[in-house]
Ligand binder design. Structure first.
Ligand code: ATP
Length: 464
């Protein structure tokens, strides 16, 4: 195995841009803070991440169903959820260099944990007590302004044609799970589900994040994959533990992330309604940070929506006739945080035996944006090009393929290694004689000769 070395955040950011994974949004206008676009390979990788999640959560569980609720919801949803009143981050300014910083994060750095429900006054007291130990990460100063809380909900003027819409806004959703809670009764009444069951959803969320840092780890427009599991209070804690295990196994066994880069973090201060909260953290280039939250939220969410909507959101057990508000176990993860973890884990630079170096994205096959690249040996030989085109047309029915006739074969291999393509097929002069091609493996770099009509079978076995 060649020697491999992990890279820094700067290197990953520049690689992601150079190879068409992630572009800063509106770049020709100078960019737009904390908003990013997926490039051609990025969109494939993100889609593959979402597919694996959907398969593990919905397809493989007969008691979990999918949902796609709207980004816009009745404004009362956000009052019931507590977001209008409390969804706020504490912010202070470094008086020396004027960088705005999250006070809860500064405290966390020195091992002091602030409850997200703390008032502005409480947070300032804690901040004041610890200020001397805290240094601005940009300039090192310990001179900060007071903390102020900023609401993270993004407002819009949807449906508001007169008056001051900022006072009566519709919000872009701050989390996808609220769309699940408000459809709980619809799902229960229309699909043959019985408690315990889950509803899963993938979709965009929006937050007016204050600190615009850490690349796609903290975006203002991002995508969440959330599953809410509705269960009886007596079995909720067991379900919680089961989901914790399942979610850990997803990262290790399905996404094949290095287990050394994963760890559990237990919340020190639980919000008043939660009974348990653990996060799965990943070791990003800037340290261990939250990738996914697995939380036991009790009956708080359905109770709140019952109260604010006036609708009965309880469940009657068809066997025992017991009536109760179901408890909720939530698993919540951001697509971008997995994306960045995957890039961090699999982006490697290798020294080869001949002394040269190659960059290779050692993605598991299910995540690779392109599964097979097809090359004619020479682009000015019409017979070779035509044969390679035929193979492309044939295989692209089943696999995401790329056709490349540019540059020498070595360079083409390197380009595919960089984007993580597991297999490259080359059509050469022998192909025209005997209907065989070479197929080259990304990881071993070994080539073998194989008949064209065996290609599909070979790939189907290897790629699954
Ligand atoms: P953080 O403390 O990092 O701000 P959070 O605790 O507010 O995160 P949750 O509200 O629990 O996050 O959201 C669930 C998941 O959604 C997170 O674990 C994360 O994967 C993802 N997520 C949250 N905010 C963002 C963001 N701004 N950009 C990308 N992903 C995010």
């Amino acid at each position: 195995m060649p020697e491999a070395e992990k890279k820094s955040m700067e290197e990953i950011i520049s690689f992601a841009k150079r190879r068409g994974f992630i572009f800063p949004s509106s770049e020709i206008y100078g960019g737009f803070a904390s908003v990013y676009d997926y490039g051609p390979y990025g969109v494939e990788l993100a889609n593959n991440i979402k597919k694996t999640w959907w398969k593990e959560m919905v397809q493989k569980n007969d008691n979990i169903v999918g949902l796609d609720s709207s980004i816009f919801m009745h404004p009362k949803v956000w009052e019931a959820s507590g977001h209008v009143g409390g969804f706020a981050d504490p912010l202070a300014e470094c008086k020396n260099c004027h960088t705005r910083l999250r006070v809860d994060h500064l405290l966390e750095e020195i091992g002091v944990f602030a409850d997200e429900k703390m008032s502005e006054e409480e947070i300032n007291k804690l901040f004041e007590e610890n200020k001397k130990k805290i240094k601005c990460p940009k300039c090192g100063s310990s001179d900060f302004s007071e903390a102020k809380k900023f609401n993270l909900l993004v407002k819009s003027n949807l449906g508001n044609f007169t008056g001051d819409w900022t006072k009566d806004p519709a919000y872009l959703r701050g989390e996808t799970c609220q769309g699940i809670y408000i459809n709980f009764k619809n799902v229960l009444d229309t699909v043959r589900v019985k408690i315990p069951f889950g509803i899963a959803q993938v979709g965009k969320s929006f937050r007016n994040e204050i600190t615009a840092r850490q690349f796609i780890f903290r975006k203002r427009e991002f995508e969440q994959m959330e599953m809410q599991f509705f269960t009886h209070p007596d079995r909720a804690m067991d379900d919680y533990e089961r989901w914790r295990e399942k979610r850990w196994n997803y990262f290790v066994n399905i996404l094949k992330l290095n287990e050394k880069n994963l760890k559990w973090h237990q919340h020190e201060n639980l919000v008043f309604y939660a009974k348990a909260a653990w996060d799965i953290e990943y070791q990003y280039p800037f340290g261990f940070k939250e990738m996914e939250g697995v939380h036991y939220r009790t009956d708080y969410d359905l109770k709140q929506h019952s109260k604010f909507s006036g609708q009965d959101l309880s469940y009657r057990d068809p066997k025992t006739n017991e009536k109760y508000i179901p408890h909720i176990v939530e698993t919540s993860v951001g697509v971008e945080r997995i994306f960045l973890a995957v890039m961090t884990d699999f982006y490697t630079k290798e020294k080869l035996n001949d002394g040269s170096e190659r960059t290779v994205l050692r993605l598991p096959n299910i995540l690779a944006p392109i599964k097979v690249a097809i090359f004619p040996l020479l682009k000015n030989k019409p017979d070779l090009v035509q044969k390679a085109r035929e193979i492309f047309e044939n295989l692209s029915n089943d696999f995401m393929c790329e056709f490349d006739d540019n540059g020498n074969i070595g360079k083409r291999y390197r380009r595919q290694d960089e984007i993580g393509t597991p297999y490259c097929i080359t059509v050469d002069f022998d192909t025209l004689e005997n209907e065989t091609v070479t197929i080259r493996d990304r990881d071993t770099m070994k080539q073998e000769r194989i008949k064209i009509d065996e290609l599909r079978n070979f790939l189907q076995i290897k790629l699954n």
